[in-house]
Ligand binder design. Structure first.
Ligand SMILES: *Cc1c(COP(=O)(O)O)cnc(C)c1O
Length: 380
């Protein structure tokens, strides 16, 4: 079978009003952060998803750094994080002196195995980070119960998870704190950007201070105090209005973007699922409570060798397919520091997972073409 059209892995979505809104900011001569567009983005998230309080950040990594500051992670505190994730799930806590306790994935899904988390908890456990891989919720409600029983803070690394749900609850609303990413690889993007979500009221005031370089400038801007001062530690976490304006245009098209992505996801599944019945590949097990957002479409190959071969074959056909994370405890930075139990599911996931192209501009015939190539390669 031949394929002449090159299919990239991702094309960041470009909303129709991005340029108009960015121009508006340029003309307003108010380019710094926390202006009109930042407020409009905040209103959008608080109204649409029911989040108690949000703060736009320059990245999801920044939002997670704010989480580490808010939780007040200190030397020796332990933070439980799934090994199958991106370094930003752990770096913010390592930077505050935390000891990272890596957790394994489920056997049939990259997400954290919630049933095995309790035995990782010690009196020093300060926080648990959960990652909603591909926009699918781990058993986040159960994880929140476990955290509440043990007086631990739950942080959702919801980088993948905008508009996804656990039953009726939007992801990002279940943890004490949560973080979204608007990196160009995510469903809604502004190049680089993120969002801190604060569901536990006790963190709100301090979050606004940390966001504004450790000053009470947010209160000053609201007219609540005559001057602003340096009152805590903090950093420069807020993005420029240029970024917020670009992001708002994307948010206004969220419904369209999601409709397209979900249709693409469903078509891939329809065309490929029979390969599972004949034992050529596997699909992740999606729990009934998880309502996904089609952030990623991926398959589990039967072995690392099969994944490498299929990846190479698709690339030779000009179709970009990629594996994803190397388990964090196996990365060069950590491999020599790691002295705990093996995490076999995380390793198998890393070996076998293969992501296929998924973005709004992908066409049905692209998906048909990719699926046919995979089927004929595996059945030959
Ligand atoms: C993309 C991603 C991040 C980092 O997001 P940035 O906005 O690039 O900082 C963190 N965690 C996960 C799971 C991600 O996929």
């Amino acid at each position: 079978m031949r394929n002449t059209k090159a299919i990239p892995f991702n094309i960041p979505y470009s909303a129709s009003k991005c340029a108009e809104y960015v121009n508006d900011v340029m003309n307003s001569k108010k380019l710094g952060g926390n202006g009109k567009y930042t407020q409009l983005c905040h209103d959008y998230f608080e109204n649409k998803f029911g989040f108690k309080k949000v703060l736009l950040t320059s990245s999801c990594t920044d939002a997670l750094e704010m989480c580490a500051l808010l939780v007040d992670v200190k030397n020796g505190d332990e933070v439980i994080v799934p090994s199958y994730s991106f370094p930003s799930s752990v770096n913010p806590f390592l930077m505050r002196g935390a000891k990272i306790v890596f957790a394994d994935s489920l056997p049939n899904h990259p997400n954290i195995d919630v049933d095995k988390v309790e035995r990782l908890i010690t009196p020093n456990t300060k926080a648990i980070v959960t990652v909603h891989y591909g926009g699918i919720s781990a058993n986040t409600i159960k994880l929140r119960h476990i955290c509440d029983e043990n007086d631990i803070i739950l942080i959702e690394d919801a980088a993948h998870a905008i508009d996804a749900k656990h039953e009726e609850k939007y992801l990002g609303s279940i943890g004490h704190l949560a973080a979204f990413s608007f990196h160009e690889s995510k469903n809604i993007q502004c190049g680089e950007g993120g969002l801190l979500i604060i569901n536990d009221e006790k963190f709100i005031n301090r979050a606004e201070v940390i966001w504004e370089k450790g000053t009470n400038r947010v209160q000053f801007k609201k007219g609540l105090i005559p001057y602003y001062n340096w009152i805590d530690i903090g950093s420069s976490f807020m993005p420029s209005e240029l970024v917020a304006a670009y992001l708002l245009a994307q948010l206004e098209e969220l419904e369209y973007i999601q409709k397209k992505r979900i249709a693409h996801w469903n078509l891939y599944y329809k065309l490929l699922h029979r390969l599972e019945a004949i034992d050529k590949i596997r699909f992740p097990e999606i729990p009934e409570y998880a309502i996904g957002n089609a952030h990623l479409f991926y398959i589990f190959c039967k072995s690392k060798e099969q994944r490498l071969n299929l990846e190479k074959y698709l690339n030779s056909m000009h179709i970009k397919a990629f594996p994803h994370y190397t388990p964090l405890h196996k990365n060069p930075y950590f491999v020599d520091l790691y002295d705990r139990e093996e995490l076999p599911n995380s390793i198998t996931t890393s070996n076998c997972l293969l992501r296929l192209p998924l973005y709004v501009e992908l066409t049905n015939s692209d998906i048909l073409n990719i699926s046919n190539l995979i089927s004929s390669y595996l059945i030959k």
